[in-house]
Design a protein around this ligand. Structure first.
Ligand SMILES: C[S@@+](CC[C@H](N)C(=O)[O-])C[C@H]1O[C@@H](n2cnc3c(N)ncnc32)[C@H](O)[C@@H]1O
Length: 267
């Protein structure tokens, strides 16, 4: 299976501008919810535009180091421009990382494992590059029923173009908690546990943001097949589906929830 969630350059820019709206809060929660401290050496795996790495940088000073790795050069180019110098950005697939054994104290992966061709191979590779006792933290969307924005967006896109069904389903695997637990155990991690990570995102002007954010996903090109009226209609449908999160004159307050795996490389 090829890598999922691959974006072209223009979409990567849209990801940084609009998907960041909801990925930033969880990136901060993820980074700050770990034991990362001064001097640690941290890998942001499937770093994308580097949202997690940016929150890790202040935690590892003095004496630490942060590396972001992703298979997608367009995402890394945005990351390099956003954070010059403080993070080392490396283009590499999750299952063949160009790092020595036992390089990192921590590896963090936000919304990556569901897109990897072989999640257990990626977990094994993360374990190889972690020091003994090193910690892996990873998130995957908690669905169904936990993410009104992501779930309704993907359902609407699959209704517009049924050929997208497999690709959108991959973004939100059912029982993602079991998926993470079982991959980590199969790869030989210990102290494996999953918890729910939640944050709320405020969006003042929903419809234009929805269209711009969707444009910065792998399904963005589907929007280009619609007329202006078709796009407006799609945004109206989406707004109607999540109207319970809207306050007239104020905007939307939407919850986003992920399963958060924490696992330790045995000594
Ligand atoms: C939803 S994005 C998440 C990006 C980032 N972690 C964040 O929090 O914004 C998924 C990322 O996984 C990366 N990815 C997918 N397959 C990969 C693979 N085989 N190896 C490394 N990265 C991969 C994509 O290029 C993309 O940047």
């Amino acid at each position: 299976m090829p890598s999922g969630f691959q974006l072209a350059q223009r979409q990567a820019q849209a990801y940084e501008s609009f998907t960041r709206t909801f990925m930033e809060g969880s990136a901060q929660l993820l980074a700050e919810g770990t034991s990362i401290a001064a001097g640690d050496v941290v890998l942001d795996l499937a770093c994308g535009t580097g949202l997690v790495a940016r929150h890790v940088v202040p935690l590892v000073v003095p004496g630490g180091r942060v590396v972001g790795a992703d298979v997608n050069g367009a995402m890394l180019e945005i990351a390099r421009n956003a954070v010059a110098g403080e993070v080392e950005w490396v283009e590499a697939p999750c299952d063949a990382l160009p790092f020595e054994d036992e390089t990192f104290t921590h590896a963090i992966c936000q919304q990556g494992f569901q897109f990897f061709p072989d999640p257990i191979a990626a977990m094994s590779e993360a374990k190889r590059v972690l020091c003994c006792g090193g910690v892996l933290v990873a998130t995957v969307w908690a669905t169904p029923g936990h993410n009104p924005y992501i779930e309704n967006q993907l359902q609407l896109l699959a209704a517009v173009d049924p050929s997208l069904s497999d690709s959108v389903a991959r973004s939100t695997p059912p029982n993602a908690d079991e998926f993470l637990l079982s991959a980590a155990r199969s790869a030989g991690f210990s102290d494996v546990a999953v918890s729910l990570l939640e944050h709320t995102v405020e969006i003042a002007d929903f419809n234009p943001w929805f269209l711009a954010q969707t444009g910065g996903t792998p399904w963005g090109p589907t929007l280009a097949t619609l007329t202006d009226d078709g796009r407006r209609e799609l945004a109206d449908k989406m707004a109607a589906r999540i109207s319970e999160y809207s306050t007239p004159g104020v905007g939307h307050r939407i919850p986003f929830r992920s399963y958060r795996l924490e696992a330790r490389r045995p000594d």
